[in-house]
Ligand binder design. Sequence first.
Ligand code: SAH
Ligand code: SF4
Length: 388
Amino acid sequence: MTALMDPVPLHAEISPKECLVGLDRPALSERLAGLGVPERQQRMRVRQLWSWIYVRGATNFERMTDIAKELRGTLDTHFTLTRPEIVTEQVSVDGTRKWLLRLDDGKEVETVYIPEEDRGTLCISSQVGCTLNCTFCHTGTQRLVRNLTASEIVGQIMLARDRIGDWPGAAPEDPTGLPNGERKITNVVLMGMGEPLYNFDNVRDACVIAADGEGLSLSKRRITLSTSGIVPEIPRWGEEAGTMLAISLHAVRDALRDELVPINKKWPIADLMDACRAYPGLSNAKRITFEYVMLKDVNDSIADAKALVKLLAKIPAKINLIPFNPWPGAPYECSDWEQIEKFAEVVNRAGYASPVRSPRGRDIMAACGQLKSASLKQRASERLAATA
Ligand code: SAH
Ligand code: SF4
C-alpha cells in the first residue's frame, strides 16, 4: 500500500494537531480528503469515525480497529480526540461534580454535573466569561472573554462522560450519587458561563452534534439553551437548533430589569415576550422556562409574583425560581425562605408546578451564577503562596 500523504512539512510539527471532536460530517470528510482518502471511501470512514467518537467515546485512533492500520496512524499524526484538560474536579456532598477546565490557550471554564435519581443534567459553558454584566452574576464580573469553539463545547460533554463512565462498557471511577438509569447524562443545559446566543454558530453546531441520533443522541427536547434575552437571535435559534429555551427574566418591570439584566435596555421585556410567543413548536409539552432569581427586597414581593404570572399568562411556560447563590462581594442577598415560599405559592396557584430550583453544589461553588469564583479564589491563594 502506498503512503496516504506526502511527507509532513516541517512547520506542521510545531502547529498543534487539530481535534476532531466537534467537527460535523462534511468537515470530517474534508479532513479525510486532505489526508488523501479517496472520495468513494470517505462516507464509510466518516461513519466509522463518527461512531467511534460519539457512540463509543474513543480518545485515540488506535482503538478504531475497523479502520485500516495505516489510516489510523495517519489520523494520529494529524489529529487528536482530546478533551479540555481538567485542572480540578470537585465533588459536592450532594453528588454534584464541578470540573475546572483549561483550554488550549490557557483560558479556563467550568462544567457542572448534577445527578438525580432518575436523570443527570450537565451544565456546560459557551464562553470564557461573559460580555454582559448582570449585577447578580459572578461570571459577568470576569474581564477575559472569548467564544468557545464547537470542539470545546462538545468536549465538555465528552469529558463529563469520560469521568462518570457514561460510555458503553465503561464504569465510573467514583459511582457515588450517580443516577440509576443506563445513561448518566440525560439532559444538557447551556447555563454555565457565557451568553450562548452571542456565540451562536459554535453553540448551534455543538447542539446539532449533541442531538445527532447516530452519535451522542441527546434529543433536542433534552437540551436547553438559557439566554439573558438576545431577542433577534431567538427566532433564528428556534429554526436552526430548535432546542428547549430558558429565559433569564428575573424582573417583570423594565426599570428593574434594566438594572439586573442590562441587556434589557436594548431589548425590553415586551420585545422579549413577543420573541417567546413566536418560538417555534411551543405547546404544553414544549414550554419555555422562565428563570427568576430570588433577590431579597429587590424582586421578591407578592406584587412581583402576581405580575409575573400575569406577564406569562398566554405563553406555554414553566417558572423556575432560583434562590440567589451568593459569591464574594455580591451586592445582593438571597430572599428569605419564607418569602420564597410565599412567592412560590402565588406561582403555584396560577398552575405552575414545583417552581423552586433547589440549589445544588453550593459547597463547591457550582450553583448557578457562582461559576469561576472558586478558581479565582484558588488562584489568589496560589499567588499568595508563591510570593510568601
Ligand atoms: N448567560 C445565560 C446562561 C448562563 S446563566 C443566561 O443569563 O441565561 C444561567 C442562569 O443562572 C441564568 O438564569 C442566570 O440568570 C442565573 N444566575 C446567574 N447568577 C446567579 C446567581 N448568583 N444566583 C442564582 N442564579 C444566577
Ligand atoms: Fe452573562 Fe448570563 Fe451571567 Fe448575565 S447571567 S452576566 S448573561 S452569564
